[in-house]
Design a binder for this molecule. Structure first.
Ligand SMILES: [Zn+2]
Length: 382
């Protein structure tokens, strides 16, 4: 059997060291330590998994063929796994998206980023916390619609974001959890009690912590804990974090790091179509306006206005280590291991471990992706 050997700074579950990782027949066959980490060596890190992205390159999840386009454009960013994410939309569009992703999961293309399943961010979302969602499509929790979506997904719906304070949310959370869907609470202003109800019903995750969250109230000079505070100290919940330093300012990322710890954080991009295009590129938006892509997506005619994220996971990996003070082991945990857990893939991917799939990003010391490997197969090489 043909073996392949990669040399570099290998990031495992516990440590980073210089060594050789051997791949045989799709899987990691051996990992050998040969010394301490070297400053001039490439990173050998678990392939990145993004469980919350609405678009990559010119493709958005909200158009037919969009999820396939996202997975086709993703390999240069080191992404080996993705859950295309659709925000609140019409019942017909949600069903069509769910079915399209189901077909892509059931007949995978080994040459592109693996589509692990779908993420529905909504439509059962609190109107007051809808953020950038289209208000026409945000609606109350509907058990019948939830059942139809589960049927259409046939086991490929991985993640659903729900606001716990909605009437009927508890029943939908239970239904989803029992069907193996990870439930993420988000776009919410729920009370601590409602948060605990959602956890009791099966919710295990929080959608983009700090984004669309209300701040603390002050009563008679006393700060009351807000939902973000309660969530941060609740170790039953994994917290999604947009790691660009803009959607979540650096101090809040540090707060999440110190309070929740990397083991409870899932790095996401929450990116829109346009993510990964070169800085300065413009992109059409609904309403005919254009976006200017740099660190974030901005309106061309009003650059102060942020439209959304155009992060990619290779930038996230770089930001975590070079800007936000995470160790390489923590960065791998947040960009691969924890997202793999959230879509129940952690028994085969998300870690550099003998016997696991060889899903790997080879990243230069300058944090450029040099090669992306999915199940032992090179899907991108610079
Ligand atoms: Zn989103």
């Amino acid at each position: 059997m043909q073996e392949r050997h990669l040399k570099g700074n290998i990031i495992t579950e516990e440590q980073v060291f210089f060594g050789t990782l051997s791949i045989a027949d799709k899987r990691i066959a051996r990992i050998e330590k040969q010394g301490e980490m070297r400053l001039d060596a490439n990173w050998i890190t678990p392939g990145f998994i993004d469980v919350h992205t609405h678009g990559i390159g010119p493709y958005g999840a909200d158009v037919p063929q969009g999820p396939l386009g996202m997975a086709t454009f993703a390999p240069p960013t080191g992404l080996t796994g993705v859950c295309p994410t659709l925000a609140a939309d019409t019942p017909e569009n949600l069903l069509a998206f769910t079915k399209e992703v189901r077909e892509l999961v059931k007949s995978p293309n080994p040459q592109i980023t693996k589509i692990l399943g779908s993420h529905l961010e909504g439509p059962f979302i609190d109107f007051k916390h809808k953020g950038g969602m289209d208000e026409r499509f945000v609606r109350g929790a509907d058990l019948e619609e939830a059942r139809r979506l589960l049927d259409a997904a046939d086991g490929t719906l991985k993640l659903m974001t729900i606001s716990p304070e909605l009437d009927g949310a508890e029943a939908v959370i239970s239904l989803m959890t029992q069907a193996g869907v990870t439930v993420s609470m988000g776009h919410t202003g729920c009370s601590k009690e409602q948060k605990d109800m959602a956890v009791a019903a099966g919710a295990t995750q929080v959608c983009h912590l700090f984004d669309t969250f209300d701040g603390r109230r002050v009563e008679h000079g006393v700060s009351k804990p807000c939902l973000a505070d309660c969530v941060l100290i609740d170790d039953r919940l994994q917290k999604e974090l947009i790691c660009d330093g803009i959607h979540v300012p650096q101090d809040l990322i540090t707060l999440a790091h110190r309070v929740a710890g990397a083991e409870h954080l899932i790095a996401i991009t929450d990116s829109l179509a346009g993510a990964g295009l070169p800085t300065g590129a413009t992109f059409p938006m609904e309403g005919g306006r254009m976006m200017f892509m740099s660190d974030v997506a901005r309106l061309v005619d009003n650059p102060e206005c942020i439209v959304g994220s155009c992060l990619t996971m290779d930038k996230v990996f770089c930001n975590l280590i070079t800007r936000f003070g995470f160790t390489p082991v923590e960065a791998a945990m947040m960009t691969a291991t924890n997202p793999a857990k959230c879509c129940h893939e952690d028994h085969v991917r998300g870690l550099l471990k003998v016997g696991f799939f060889a899903d790997i990003a080879v990243v230069s010391p300058e944090f450029d992706v040099l090669e992306t490997i999915l199940e032992g197969n090179t899907i991108y090489s610079r």
